[in-house]
Design a protein around this ligand. Structure first.
Ligand code: SAM
Ligand code: SF4
Length: 332
């Protein structure tokens, strides 16, 4: 029983935290960050102990789902130690400890993750074609990612594939990706590009509304909506023919804010109340100076600051980025 749940000014209960453990990444996905992305000095980033303290403060206030993300979480040194430590909360307030990864290091880490109690992970996979995968990620190799996915599956971890729909880049892979995921039993979620941080190209050129993606899928499969909601931007449908679950993350064509149940913490301890707004609270110095009590009090302040929703727009008249920070900073 949680005595002091986190409830914001609009009556929304915060039960889900996405915690970025690093802003660094071994890929440079074209829609996410520029090739010459500058990463933060290591001293600014929370230590493993501080990451644990932040996560634990939220769990003590009723957060039941924790997603570790980045940058690429699996490139953070000591990541498995952090997961092992956080796993003490599973079944003691925490219902789910999970992560989002690009899969490049997953083959090595699948087994230890499963042992620590991770039951489900999200893996980003925008193409099943090796050359195209390299073109999108600029540094990634598809082969180890597929090996990582297979290793996770073997370790008993359920996998959800995240695919960003990119006009003129991977739109012809939407149906093949559904078929591939269907065969292997993976859930699949499509994501619209979001205007977060500057990149080399104009995101408008690659923006493919998921309404269009859905229409193309519906021409081949029968889709039936499900009532499932996770308090985030995803809507889920089932493919009648295969029973497979498809998610659509549509921050631009659909507003999801009224049921928002989440906040995000960057690797430097900045608590962002909304992915698409600047409202924030710096937790790192509070924690360093005031310890767990200051952190706990800050969570109450944060609830008063959470805005009603985002104002994303992608069109030629809108600024190239709704907010200056990249998704790799706030962790997708
Ligand atoms: N590196 C890990 C990965 O790629 O899964 C975790 C962090 S990444 C920022 C989390 C998710 O955000 C990925 O699925 C990625 O495709 C997505 N993403 C990154 N930048 C995005 C953007 N501008 N718009 C929409 N999705 C984005
Ligand atoms: Fe790295 Fe993930 Fe961004 Fe790709 S989407 S550059 S893998 S953080």
């Amino acid at each position: 029983m949680v005595t002091r749940p986190l409830i914001d000014g609009f009556g929304r209960r915060i039960s889900y935290v996405r915690l970025s453990v690093t802003d660094r990444c071994d890929f440079r996905c074209t829609y996410c960050m520029p090739m010459d992305m500058e990463f933060l000095p290591r001293r600014d980033v929370l230590t493993l102990e501080e990451l644990d303290a932040v996560a634990s403060a939220f769990i003590a206030r009723g957060v039941t789902r924790l997603r570790l993300t980045g940058g690429e979480p699996l490139v953070r040194k000591g990541f498995i130690e952090l997961v092992n430590s956080l796993s003490r909360h599973i079944g003691n307030g925490l219902e789910e400890l999970t992560l989002t990864t690009n899969g490049s290091q997953l083959a090595r880490f699948a087994e230890p993750l499963a042992k620590a109690g991770v039951r489900r992970i999200n893996v980003s996979l925008d193409s099943l074609d090796r050359e195209r995968f390299r073109r999108i990620t600029r540094r990634g190799d598809l082969v180890p990612v597929l090996e990582g996915i297979a290793a996770a599956r073997e370790a008993g971890i359920a996998i959800k594939i995240n695919m960003v729909a990119l006009k003129g880049l991977n739109e012809d892979e939407i149906l093949p990706m559904i078929a591939w995921c269907g065969e292997l039993g993976h859930d699949l979620t499509f994501i619209e590009t979001m205007p977060l941080g500057l990149i080399e190209e104009d995101r408008t050129d690659r923006y493919l509304p998921l309404t269009e993606v859905r229409a193309r899928i519906a021409a081949h499969y029968s889709l039936s909506p499900t009532a499932e909601r996770t308090g985030g931007p995803a809507r889920y449908e089932r493919v009648t023919e295969t029973g497979q679950k498809l998610g659509f993350i549509t921050p631009l064509t659909h507003n999801f804010c009224e049921s928002c149940n989440r906040v995000r913490v960057t690797a430097t301890g900045t608590l962002f109340m909304c992915l698409g707004q600047e409202d924030r609270l710096e937790l790192r110095d509070l924690l360093r100076e005031g310890g767990p009590e200051a952190l706990d009090a800050a969570l109450d302040t944060a609830m008063r600051l959470k805005p009603r929703g985002h104002d994303f727009v992608i069109d030629r008249t809108a600024p190239a980025a709704a907010v200056g920070r990249h998704m790799s900073m706030t962790g997708g």
